[in-house]
Design a protein around this ligand. Structure first.
Ligand SMILES: C=CC1=C(C)c2cc3[nH]c(cc4nc(cc5[nH]c(cc1n2)c(C)c5CCC(=O)O)C(CCC(=O)O)=C4C)c(C)c3C=C
Ligand code: FE2
Ligand code: FE2
Length: 355
């Protein structure tokens, strides 16, 4: 095994704080081939699909990767913009905005990089850039407000796997979750209020979170509880009575039971029960993506309207809005405090025998 060397390390300047911003990732293009490559990496992750590997490998390669890429590619084509995948372009804007806000807040210098758990830019390429910037302290911020082993846990695996190839490791901190941060809750409350100021208040507000298999929750994944707390705090911030809001889980894959109630079933049942208007908010997504723009913005709209509903609104994610970026900068700032003065600076010495 050979390790990645540190060449050209600058000894005489202060080392910037490295901030690695991570989101899930997206295909490189909305084509069947690119989506297959992305899904192959994503669905082979044992944090995402638990269970015996060999059986899953047969199902994945024998069935899923033959059918799903073409179907998902169509959905991606519907959300793709001239700049690319919404998830990637929004995440890039978030990285730039975070860099600017941190420069304004921190006394020392800072270097923010974006990495994606699956696809590009990869976590290891982002880490290379941070190493080239001579960072000696690394703060990792997965953009998942609610912790789940499938997302946050998997991010940790990927970062530590990449760092395992480094000769000289930096000091590392890993932000686990921020599901009940007051500024995150306040930003969500404000985004709902702003949407209501423009579109009026609906009869019901639905908090739709990405689902996970129910057995992960039963085995101790805290995601379900953190989603419930986020929804409760936002509804309290809005002063919304309990009968006017509900929480649900979307994007189920496969036939296993996932966290309930399901978003599609909830919206169909509301439409059929005579609820005329609803707005849907997705607080678990830091950036709009396929699962929000297409699945919530379009697909679930049809379920509600076809079942009898009359007015449906999708409230966008916080994306690179000012309150969101301020909140993230504050979170990074607080997590960057308390490190001792020295970051392990060392004097350059020419080793004996070295040329
Ligand atoms: C099959 C299991 C999956 C689990 C468990 C899962 C958890 C999970 N995912 C997100 C966030 C996102 N997921 C996105 C896309 C997506 N998710 C799955 C499957 C699982 N997700 C698939 C197969 C896909 C790809 C699209 C498709 O084929 O339907 C995305 C969007 C990516 C994009 O390019 O826009 C996000 C974001 C969370 C938060 C989560 C658990 C908490
Ligand atoms: Fe997902
Ligand atoms: Fe989906």
């Amino acid at each position: 095994m050979s390790f990645q060397n540190v060449i050209g390390f600058s000894h005489d300047s202060a080392h910037p704080l490295g901030v690695l911003l991570i989101n899930l990732g997206t295909p490189d293009a909305p084509t069947t081939t690119a989506v297959r490559r992305y899904l192959t990496e994503f669905l082979a992750d044992p944090r995402v699909i638990e269970g015996p590997r060999f059986i899953w490998w047969l199902v994945l390669h024998g069935f899923i990767l033959r059918v799903r890429p073409a179907r998902s590619a169509k959905a991606y084509q519907a959300v793709w913009t001239e700049h690319g995948s919404p998830l990637l372009t929004i995440s890039q804007r978030q990285a730039v905005a975070l860099q600017q806000r941190l420069e304004a807040r921190l006394t020392g210098s800072v270097h923010v990089e974006l990495g994606m758990r699956y696809g590009n830019p990869s976590i290891s390429s982002a880490l290379h850039k941070l190493r080239d910037a001579s960072i000696r302290r690394l703060l990792i911020l997965p953009l998942y407000p609610q912790y789940s082993g499938t997302t946050t846990g998997s991010t940790f695996d990927a970062v530590t796997r990449a760092l395992a190839t480094w000769r000289w490791l930096p000091e590392v901190r890993f932000i686990n979750q921020y599901h009940d941060e007051p500024a995150y809750i306040a930003a969500l409350v404000e985004s709902v209020r702003a949407y209501w100021a423009e579109h009026g208040e609906p009869q019901r507000l639905l908090f739709s979170f990405h689902g996970i298999p129910k057995d992960y929750f039963l085995n101790g994944d805290p995601y379900h509880c953190q989603c419930h707390k986020t929804a409760r705090l936002v509804s309290e911030g809005l002063g919304l009575p309990r009968e006017r809001w509900q929480l649900s889980f979307q994007s189920r894959v496969g036939n296993k039971e996932w966290l309930k109630p399901y978003t599609d079933e909830t919206l169909r049942s509301w439409g059929a029960a005579g609820i005329e208007s609803t707005h849907v908010l997705c607080p678990g997504f830091a950036a709009d993506c396929l699962e929000t723009i297409e699945e919530i913005g379009e697909e679930n709209r049809q379920y509600f309207l076809k079942a009898g509903g009359k007015t449906y609104g999708y409230i966008p994610c916080l994306n690179d809005e000012k309150a969101h970026m301020e909140m993230l900068a504050d979170l990074v700032h607080r997590h960057s405090l308390g490190w001792p003065e020295s970051a392990g600076q060392w004097e350059p010495v020419v080793a004996e025998g070295a040329a």
